[in-house]
Design a binder for this molecule. Structure first.
Ligand code: UDP
Length: 154
């Protein structure tokens, strides 16, 4: 797999949809130079939300988190590009928006940890797991952006 084929799972949480931040967040990923290869609006089932956040089961915020994620539509996306997993985490910012740096999505657009607008996979392994949880194979579209030669040196 070439470096440019790395993929990550990004979800815009129900607060992002309700606050009309979908376009703003997608704009930041597009402007960075990453490639959108999967996109859908879904109201996640409790099963999907619980599996997605399985590592947090038993923690105090787990039930509220699952209730929140299943409360409304989520924009589920797959983004592709060189170093996209780590870079997306930087674009997103720290988990608690009060400590996220200005310039990051959470730093600029959110206040409360339980309403922090966006999820991004924390490793390439998590990305693979989350992409296959949220997307079927035929729902991912590979394509070649005409801008590739202007985003990548080689
Ligand atoms: N969360 C919360 N309270 C906490 C910690 C986390 O509501 O004290 C929520 C928050 O929405 C966060 C999600 O649980 O985005 C998953 O937590 P994680 O530590 O994996 O943070 P992330 O990877 O989203 O930055």
């Amino acid at each position: 797999m070439s470096a440019q084929q790395e993929r990550t799972f990004i979800a815009l949480k129900p607060d992002a949809v309700q606050r009309n931040l979908v376009g703003e967040v997608i704009r930041r990923f597009e402007a960075k130079g990453f490639k959108l290869v999967g996109l859908k609006l879904v109201k996640p089932s409790v099963e999907t939300a619980e599996e997605h956040y399985a590592e947090h089961k038993g923690k105090g915020f787990y039930k509220g988190l699952v209730d929140f994620i299943t409360s409304g539509p989520v924009v589920a996306m797959v983004w592709q590009g060189k170093g996209v997993v780590a870079s997306a985490r930087k674009l997103i910012g720290a988990t608690n928006p009060l400590t996220s740096e200005p310039g990051t999505i959470r730093g600029d657009l959110a206040v409360d940890v339980g309403r922090n607008v966006i999820h991004g996979s924390d490793s390439t392994d998590s990305a693979q797991r989350e992409i296959s949880l949220w997307f079927k194979e035929g729902e991912i579209a590979d394509w070649t952006p005409v801008s590739n030669a202007w985003v990548y040196e080689n």
